[in-house]
Write a protein that binds this ligand. Structure first.
Ligand code: UTP
Length: 230
């Protein structure tokens, strides 16, 4: 069983990336014949546009989150198919139960107060899965901002403690966004779930699923190896 957190910015920028969604759907249809996959989809630009508008209207934070969740579900709905549980699952329990009858289950956010990354970790906890694959536009964690530093190096491994330090340092350094949040990290740590951060490339995704070598960052306990199943 595989839990994938698909960063919203991969599918929703200024435009919806229909080509990528088409490829992702084909991937799900093919992989779903032999693997059970849960895909948690983020809000991307769709969420940011609506949250921004709601903020300017003066809505409260809780309602902004509710609007964000709706955006994640809207994005998620583009991955539904004959191969999947026929609706976007709205809770961890619904997704988990749907996984008993379907190999592919698609969901977005659940409750206000966290992100879809946290949802993917909670789902992994619920399903007893020890790994979450986090697909982001950046493709991993780098020692410097790869957008402005040509010599930025990909960090292959981080312990939960190191990732937390990095998170707290970089939080004060705007522009160097990390593809995970502190809550997700804490959930991963309490249950010993590895977070595998890769880019949008579907070949890399397949390699991670098959336990082959891949390019990306793994966050986990200090004694683990990149590319090997825990
Ligand atoms: P995302 O998971 O896409 O948030 O959910 P994000 O990590 O901020 O976005 P990226 O990865 O940088 O693109 C979008 C928004 O929806 C709400 C939050 O407001 C979140 O910022 N949300 C999402 C929830 O409140 N609960 C959820 O379970 C999921």
């Amino acid at each position: 069983m595989v839990v994938i957190s698909l960063g919203g910015s991969i599918i929703s920028q200024e435009e919806i990336d229909e080509e990528y969604i088409f490829e992702f759907r084909r991937f799900l249809e093919r992989m779903g014949k032999k693997e059970k996959l849960y895909v948690v989809v983020g809000g991307g630009k769709t969420a940011r546009r609506y949250i921004h508008a709601a903020q300017r209207i003066g809505m409260d934070q809780y309602t902004l989150d509710v609007i964000g969740i709706l955006a994640t579900r809207l994005n998620a709905s583009l991955l539904l198919g004959r191969y999947s549980y026929p609706k976007v699952a709205e809770s961890i329990d619904e997704a988990y139960m749907a996984g008993k009858n379907y190999n592919i289950v698609i969901m977005g956010g659940t409750e206000p107060g966290h992100t879809t990354d946290a949802v993917s970790l909670l789902l992994a906890e619920r399903a007893g899965e020890k790994r979450v694959i986090n697909m982001t536009s950046v493709g991993g964690i780098f020692d410097k901002d790869p957008k402005t530093n040509e010599d930025a190096k990909l960090i292959l491994r981080l312990s939960y403690g190191e990732a937390e330090k990095l998170f707290l340092n970089r939080k004060m350094n705007a522009g160097l966004n990390l593809p995970f949040d502190l809550l997700s990290l804490k959930i991963a740590e309490r249950s010993g779930i590895e977070i595998v951060i890769i880019g949008k490339d579907l070949l890399s995704l397949e390699k991670v699923i098959k336990g082959e070598e891949f390019r990306g960052t793994v966050i986990g306990s200090p004694n683990f190896e990149n590319g090997k199943k825990g």
